[in-house]
Design a binder for this molecule. Structure first.
Ligand code: SF4
Length: 434
């Protein structure tokens, strides 16, 4: 690392910070300004549709992870556990419920308004249903359910696309019309979808820049910031298009100068390991966690978590000429809605296309959607690619499950394994390492 304490701020970082601050500020006065509020989830979100009705979307997972990063989640989780939520419940849920019980003050210290509608997009996570079932009672608020079929065979058949599109047309749109008092405006939606596709092109370009050596970005630790506007309240807006255009310019500058990724302590001078990571990150100790990688020159060149709100790098783009069908296809493209063999193919493809040295699985205690089957995935990708794989465990926003010593030990072994593999004549498998 160079200039260890120098904080590097690129223009896109400043732009995103302002977007987020503006979003929470606008939310805090939504009730006074008469804006309707729709709570929904990141995977399978219908952001353009919600925005086209003039409503503001709120994503409880984003509030939870932001609270986790600001060290506020433990207090909220305790509050929910006191109410009877068990230790096994997803910690995003407990963080959200605890926040509500404490007055619904969001991560930036501003009030999150109560929902006018809960839009439950069911993309493979049973927790989503239970979560909104509880919120519906707590807020005494209507719920509309969008059932998104799991791609068990890997395909999204025509019948599946029609099934979801019909629900959007006959259930979700009427519910949004009722909640907002506004009529559906297809031209407005098409214009938003057009902007989504433009921003998606730029975002994919940015992630694919990691195919270069050295990679100018970290596709996981910085990647979680890059997906922010796309996966939340901005997709389909001019602001979103501008953000990704700026991000692309920032990355192009780094590429031209052959610079490595920016970290909280300056940029990585020497790329030593190129990794693919499966699973969400830990948020409560995010910087400490990242440091375990960048202080060793380990760069994540591709990650599956950055597909949780849509698999754009696998080719999906919103298509304004088929608004209902494209929203339907989008919902089914989210990473955890893919079958396990498809997920193995995605990981093996990343290893090949990004020239990775190793695969690392971060298994999250809270999240069954991601964690179920991860050991099999790991073995399958090892067989398919022959690269070494490692397995670590942590949690999303419960700091009780972040053990620095355990993670460091595991990562030490993992990096040793990569060193042995890259040594002349070196060969080591996950089974030997375990
Ligand atoms: S279990 Fe996973 S996908 Fe489901 S709500 Fe929790 S974090 Fe999200």
């Amino acid at each position: 690392m160079s200039e260890k304490t120098q904080v590097i701020k690129e223009k896109s970082m400043v732009v995103q910070k302002e977007m987020l601050a503006g979003y929470y500020k606008e939310l805090s006065s939504a009730k006074e300004s008469g804006r309707k509020v729709v709570y929904t989830f990141v995977p399978g979100n219908l952001t353009e549709l919600v925005l086209s009705f003039g409503a503001r979307p709120v994503y409880p997972e984003i509030n939870a992870l932001q609270s986790g990063m600001r060290k506020k989640s433990m207090e909220f989780i305790r509050q929910a556990e006191k109410m009877g939520y068990s230790e096994d419940v997803c910690t995003y849920v407990k963080c959200d419920v605890g926040m509500m019980l404490k007055g619904n003050i969001g991560p930036t210290g501003e009030k999150i308004p109560e929902p006018d509608l809960l839009l439950c997009s069911y993309t493979g996570c049973f927790t989503f249903m239970k979560w909104f079932e509880n919120l519906a009672k707590m807020y005494d608020c209507p719920v509309v359910m969008l059932h998104v079929p799991y791609r068990s065979t890997g395909e999204a058949s025509e019948a599946m696309v029609r099934y979801v599109a019909d629900q959007i047309r006959t259930k979700v749109i009427p519910a949004l019309e009722k909640a907002t008092g506004n009529s559906y405006d297809e031209e407005k939606l098409r214009a938003m979808l057009q902007r989504s596709a433009a921003a998606e092109d730029d975002m994919v370009y940015c992630f694919e820049s990691a195919k270069n050596r050295p990679s100018p970005i970290d596709g996981y630790f910085a990647g979680v910031y890059y997906i922010g506007p796309m996966f939340t309240a901005f997709r389909g807006t001019e602001a979103c298009v501008r953000y990704y255009s700026q991000l692309r310019q920032d990355i192009d500058e780094r590429l031209a100068r052959r610079l490595g990724p920016i970290t909280p302590e300056g940029q990585i001078e020497k790329e030593r390991y190129r990794l693919v990571v499966e699973g969400p990150p830990n948020w409560t100790n995010f910087r400490e966690f990242w440091k375990l990688f960048y202080e060793r020159g380990a760069v994540v060149v591709a990650s599956t978590y950055t597909n949780v709100g849509g698999s754009y790098d696998l080719g999906f783009r919103h298509d304004p000429s088929r608004p209902m069908e494209t929203l339907s296809e989008y919902c089914m493209s989210c990473y955890t809605n893919l079958s396990l063999p498809q997920r193995a193919d995605v990981l093996a493809g990343y290893v090949r296309d990004y020239h990775a040295d190793g695969l690392l699985v971060n298994s999250i205690k809270s999240c069954n959607s991601f964690s179920a089957g991860q050991l099999q995935l790991l073995r399958r990708v090892e067989e398919m690619t022959g690269i070494p794989a490692g397995f670590i465990e942590s949690d999303l926003v419960d700091p009780r499950y972040f053990s620095y010593a355990n993670l460091k030990n595991r990562l030490d072994s993992f990096f040793q394994m990569l060193d042995q593999k890259s040594a002349p004549g070196g060969s080591v498998s996950m089974m030997e390492a375990e």
